[in-house]
Design a protein around this ligand. Structure first.
Ligand SMILES: [Fe+2]
Length: 632
């Protein structure tokens, strides 16, 4: 039990010098008065105070974890804070109705000269808020920052707190939440970034993508939770909207998801919430969030496969479905500890803006882009074989096609030109480098479908003399290390490097081929099943036998062809799952990819898949042939 902790809370005093903050969502018409903050209807506002609150602190009375079924999370670290997140069990705490907030925008806690909102004080005393505590020590013996934040009833009983501007740079903090009834969350750990204008010598970030809960255990995440990193990037497919046919009797029975709508894909608000609730009930994912802060962008499956503007889900409906997209946007906002504006009263594409950047002193700037909300349709049609394993078409090269949308592209180009950071890291959703197989485009859902805009980015980097440009990519369930080239031919000028991470659990190409041959349903193949079937037929024809070819032989042939036809790809592995680390120093960047030996059991071992080094000032991928971890 935690008697010691309870005593500490009971004895805690709120001295005059302590900064106490209240952050909560804005709601109601008067929000417009605060629009200069760049935040929308569900934005956050901060109030700093220097004296004790008149409301009494909540007291921890339970074992940590009870009442917080999705545990906790932190994200979007800055040099002075981070976002904190939790969700309180709605069967235990009723939460605060944003309708009740009305125009009462903010509650200042005992700041001299400020008249507090008495009704909000009453709500805090009624237990519709949580108390959050932030400490430099794991036992919370001293508390650096504390305050109350609403449990948002209309937003699935979640809690979002933004501590930006409130903490010290380059410092590890512990945090937890306590309810009025004495429920206390697990303790989370998060690290602020070094001061933006400081000289930083090294940093390590992890990056992951594609974690289909139904397809395997999150073993990779458990291993990543134990790594020494500054924070991790999630490059998308945090959830999969498709849960497959619940009547399917194979696979992992304890990881099936039944959606409230009864459908095999998420369509309703409650469907999307069920996905996030279920994923976040996974102890490995919880442990990862408890140990490290996340900076996340979405890819397609947070809404629907291969989606593009205006909210089209081409596998489900050729028409726009803005209502479904708004549900997906809202739930992403509810569950992600991301510092992004959100306003549900606006159209789906204006309701949220997730592209943003992170700065690690003078060492690196990381640009996180949104490649789904604003992008053009697929260039050559929406059939599976128009999107994948296709000959292409004239429309592919059109200059009016955009992956980023023109506003985001302008932002990205401007940011790239203006940054003085040593390393320019692009948190990117889909493959940048060209990928052809038997002279057909493998994937026009990736940047191969947007060559004009890809060239605009390449020209910016080359013409501006931008060095040390690295794209970190997910989506394709494959580990790759490749050269970014202006032209994808033998003489194409190299201007950067792409380091793709494989999936946490989603099917890789070898598994996709195996599943097609064995007629096993596959909801998270990197290319749709119809395209995998065509690929298998073509490979069978190439190899000249229809009956004796195993998935392994077909995959080896595929890998051989890829290496020959795409010489800019230095490393390619689509046989495993895992995660990758990127260590940045003044002299080099080191990418270390880890492989997990299985996803079928909840136990696993990790091993080094590969490691490569990119020297400062050079476009060069130096593969570590010794197969041991380099010392930085
Ligand atoms: Fe994926």
């Amino acid at each position: 039990m935690m008697d010691k902790d309870i005593r500490k809370v009971e004895n805690m005093t709120y001295d005059d010098s302590r900064r106490i903050f209240l952050k909560y969502f804005l709601a109601g018409t008067a929000v417009l008065a605060f629009e200069t903050s760049g935040l929308g209807k569900l934005g956050t506002m901060v109030s700093r105070v220097g004296a004790a609150p008149k409301v009494s602190p909540y007291i921890a009375q339970q074992e940590p974890g009870k009442g917080f079924p999705q545990s906790i999370a932190s994200g979007d670290p800055t040099d002075s804070g981070m976002m904190l997140w939790t969700r309180v069990d709605p069967s235990l705490e009723t939460g605060f109705s944003n309708i009740e907030i009305n125009s009462k925008l903010i509650y200042w806690m005992e700041k001299p000269g400020v008249k507090n909102d008495p009704s909000l004080k009453e709500e805090i005393e009624n237990g519709k808020f949580v108390m959050f505590e932030v400490s430099k020590t794991e036992d919370f013996s001293t508390v650096e920052v504390s305050g109350f934040s609403p449990i948002w009833k209309e937003y699935d009983n979640i809690v979002r707190v933004d501590l930006d501007t409130m903490l010290e740079p380059n410092q590890v903090y512990y945090y937890r939440f306590i309810t009025k009834s004495g429920l206390v969350s697990n303790t989370g750990k998060s690290k602020t970034l070094p001061s933006v204008d400081s000289d930083v010598h090294s940093a390590t970030i992890a990056y992951i993508s594609c974690q289909d809960y139904t397809n395997g255990y999150f073993n990779a995440l458990r291993h990543l939770a134990d790594e020494e990193i500054d924070f991790f990037l999630h490059l998308g497919d945090y959830v999969y909207e498709s849960v497959g046919d619940a009547s399917y009797q194979g696979g992992l029975k304890d990881r099936r998801i039944n959606l409230p709508s009864g459908k095999s894909k998420a369509f309703t608000l409650e469907d999307y919430r069920t996905l996030y609730q279920t994923y976040r009930s996974d102890h490995d994912l919880q442990k990862l969030h408890e140990n490290h802060s996340m900076v996340a962008i979405w890819d397609d499956h947070e809404f629907a496969n291969d989606t593009y503007y205006p909210a089209v889900a081409p596998d489900d409906n050729q028409e726009s479905d803005p209502g479904r997209r708004l549900f997906a946007n809202q739930v992403w906002f509810e569950y992600m500890p991301a510092r992004v504006p959100y306003d549900s009263s606006k159209s789906f594409e204006e309701s949220i803006k997730i592209y943003r950047s992170v700065t690690i002193g003078n060492l690196a700037t990381i640009f996180m882009t949104d490649e789904r909300l604003y992008r053009s349709a697929h260039p050559c049609g929406e059939g599976q074989l128009d999107r994948y394993f296709t000959n292409g078409c004239e429309n592919r090269n059109k200059s009016n096609r955009s992956m980023l949308g023109f506003n985001q592209r302008d932002w990205f180009i401007k940011e790239l030109k203006n940054t003085d950071s040593t390393w320019k890291i692009w948190g990117n959703e889909v493959q940048v480098t060209q990928l052809k197989l038997l002279n057909r485009f493998f994937n026009l859902d990736a940047w191969d479908g947007f060559p004009y805009e890809r060239d605009v980015i390449a020209q910016t980097v080359m013409n501006e003399g931008i060095q040390n440009f690295i794209a970190l990519t997910g989506d394709f369930h494959t580990f790759e290390a490749s050269y970014l080239q202006y032209d994808y031919n033998d003489s194409g000028e190299k201007y950067g490097v792409e380091l793709m991470v494989g999936s946490v659990t989603s099917s890789n190409l070898r598994e996709a081929i195996r599943n097609i041959l064995q007629e096993v349903p596959d909801t998270s193949s990197p290319i749709p099943n119809g395209a995998v079937s065509e690929l298998v037929r073509t490979l069978q024809t190439t190899l000249g036998s229809l009956s004796t070819l195993t998935a392994e032989l077909l995959f080896k042939e595929l890998q051989n062809i890829i290496k020959v036809e795409n010489p800019w790809i230095e490393l390619f592995d689509s046989t495993t799952h895992g995660y990758a680390l990127l260590t940045l120093t003044k002299s080099k960047a080191i990418c270390t990819a880890y492989s997990i030996d299985n996803i079928e059991k909840p136990q696993s071992t990790k091993s080094l898949l590969w490691q490569c080094e990119i020297p400062n000032g050079e476009v060069d991928i130096i593969v570590n042939k010794d197969n041991h971890i380099l010392e930085v």
